[in-house]
Design a protein around this ligand. Structure first.
Ligand code: BYC
Length: 482
């Protein structure tokens, strides 16, 4: 019998899916492995492939499974195939097949749709590693550097997760898609990654923290929707990925929080009371809060675009098919088919954003995006508490969903962060008030000097409250030259 809790580390590919008995898939994955390592060596963290990094590796998929922390060279990290344990008697929890036993094989009629969902999900994982590959060189501390690398190896493992599903359930098409996942490159004009935000640069550490807060949170919501899938192997895969995703959002939220903390402390130490006095605040060597707000505006809106159009037949079809559900589907008290339901969708009506009731089935992207906005706003409340505690008079706000959009209802319009629709000329004139300008980027870039002394932190960010794995403050999380 397959042990689905403990991870088998005897095969080259650690797993809890019984790969040693599934020779065909094991062979296919072993053939894919060298290409993956080539990709990791070419596109993974630049300059630190030989360093020893204090990483955690999953040894079991139960609640105790995260206990193993050790020094590892990243190319030797044990990427594995890990699925959450099967739930006995699980049913398809929504759509046309609601109540039927969950599928252990791909239903033939939904093959193409499912493959597309897996490929899009898979494509984002290596993309983020590519976007972040140069950041190790400017890490504000060894603690932060280690967190970056932990996120990176886990995104690599998430690619393995999707590749396993493609190889196991999609035959030669799946193998071809798995190879193409290693060919596309973030930001490449000829072979870009599939979704917009994954072709943007992550130029500095504040961008990295914003990305892990906002864009990894899109990952969380999308994985939650796929974790509801009637295709059980996908559900189990996503449920385990979500346990890793939580750490990525911790890195983002605490990273931005520590940046805010340091800025406010520096302002108080220097008795600067006006957060809008950017020149004076920057002279203190910290990131002024208005610029931080601009970064929020940018990363939040790029992430909203990842939910697709508000009204989407793709989303309706995936729901009807039982492949992609809603956030917390099984906790929702309704028919789980959405036959007659409606949902309010924010649309551009007579030149103004307005809610319009639409069939709930076509509005699933909008609904997931709303769930995302609620989730993200909780983190913003916590950031604002940090500011309030220091007595500085400033509040971070999420911009209106009409602001700075490239996908969906507001893609063609221009709006202020408050949601007022404005003419293109006014937008062009005021853009730099709302989104990071090249001067803002240059300033942040000027702060990005590496700090590699154990226990030391760059001047623009506060130290964390506790160490990883309860290690002391001066712990050497990365042994760079070993
Ligand atoms: N950029 O009906 P529509 C993560 C395309 S992040 C470019 O509006 P649909 C992670 C769309 O493909 C989570 N193209 O949208 C985070 C479609 O093309 P076709 C990743 C876009 O299909 C951090 C057309 O426009 N997972 O895990 O309902 C680090 C019309 O589409 C975009 C997923 O996204 C865009 N932003 O929804 C690491 C889950 N948006 O088919 C990892 C899987 C739309 O006409 N994906 N298009 O050629 C999906 O569920 C859906 O495909 C989407 C789009 C939500 C992405």
């Amino acid at each position: 019998m397959i042990d689905t809790i403990n991870v088998n580390y005897d095969t080259t590919i650690p797993n809890n899916v019984g790969l040693s008995e599934d020779r065909r898939i094991l062979k296919a994955l072993e053939r894919w492995h060298p290409g993956y390592l080539d990709w990791w060596n070419d596109m993974g963290p630049e300059g630190f492939q030989e360093s020893l990094v204090y990483l955690r590796t999953a040894v079991a998929v139960g609640p105790e499974g995260w206990a193993k922390f050790d020094y590892v060279r990243m190319p030797e990290y044990r990427w594995g195939i890990l699925l959450a344990p099967a739930e006995e008697g699980r049913i398809v929890p929504f759509g046309e097949h609601f109540g039927e036993p969950a599928w252990q094989e791909v239903p033939g009629e939904y093959r193409a749709m499912l493959r597309r969902l897996l490929v899009i999900q898979g494509d984002t994982e290596p993309a983020s590693v590519e976007q972040q590959r140069h950041l190790g060189k400017t890490a504000p501390s060894l603690y932060d550097m280690r967190n970056l690398f932990q996120v990176n190896v886990e995104e690599g493992r998430h690619l393995w997760a999707m590749v396993y599903l493609l190889q196991k359930y999609f035959g030669s098409d799946g193998r071809e898609e798995a190879n193409e996942l290693l060919q596309r490159r973030s930001g490449d004009l000829d072979k870009p990654r599939m979704l917009g935000a994954f072709n943007e640069a992550t130029p500095d550490w504040l961008s990295f923290f914003m990305f892990t807060f906002f864009t990894d949170r899109d990952g969380k919501l999308q994985l939650e929707a796929l974790a509801q899938s009637g295709f059980d192997p996908l559900s189990r895969t996503c449920r385990f990925m979500l346990t890793e995703e939580a750490h990525h959002m911790f890195v983002g939220e605490s990273g931005v929080g520590r940046t805010i903390q340091r800025t406010c402390e520096a302002m108080n130490e220097a008795r600067v009371t006006d957060p809008g006095d950017i020149v004076t605040v920057r002279a203190l060597g910290v990131i002024d809060l208005p610029t931080l707000q601009k970064k929020v505006n940018l990363h939040y809106t790029l992430s909203l675009d990842l939910f697709g159009s508000e009204i989407s037949t793709n989303a309706a079809n995936a729901f009807n098919a039982g492949l992609k559900g809603r956030f917390h589907e099984t906790r929702i008290d309704d028919d789980h088919r959405l036959l007659d339901a409606t949902y309010p969708v924010l649309k551009l009506v007579d030149g103004r954003p307005e809610n319009v009731d639409e069939p709930a089935l076509s509005a699933l992207n909008m609904r997931l995006r709303d769930d995302y906005a609620v989730d993200a706003s909780k983190g913003v409340v916590r950031w604002n508490k940090i500011i309030a505690k220091t007595g500085v008079d400033f509040q971070i706000k999420l911009p209106h969903p009409a602001f700075h959009r490239h996908i969906g209802e507001f893609a063609a319009a221009h709006a202020t962060p408050d949601g007022e629709i404005i003419a293109e000329a006014a937008w062009n004139e005021r853009r730099d008030e709302w989104l990071p300008s090249s001067e803002d980027a240059d300033y942040i870039d000027s702060l990005m000097a590496p700090v590699t002394e154990p226990g030391q932190f760059a001047g623009w960010i506060a130290p964390p409250k506790t160490g990883i794995d309860n290690r002391p403050g001066d712990f050497e999380y990365v042994r760079i030259d070993d």
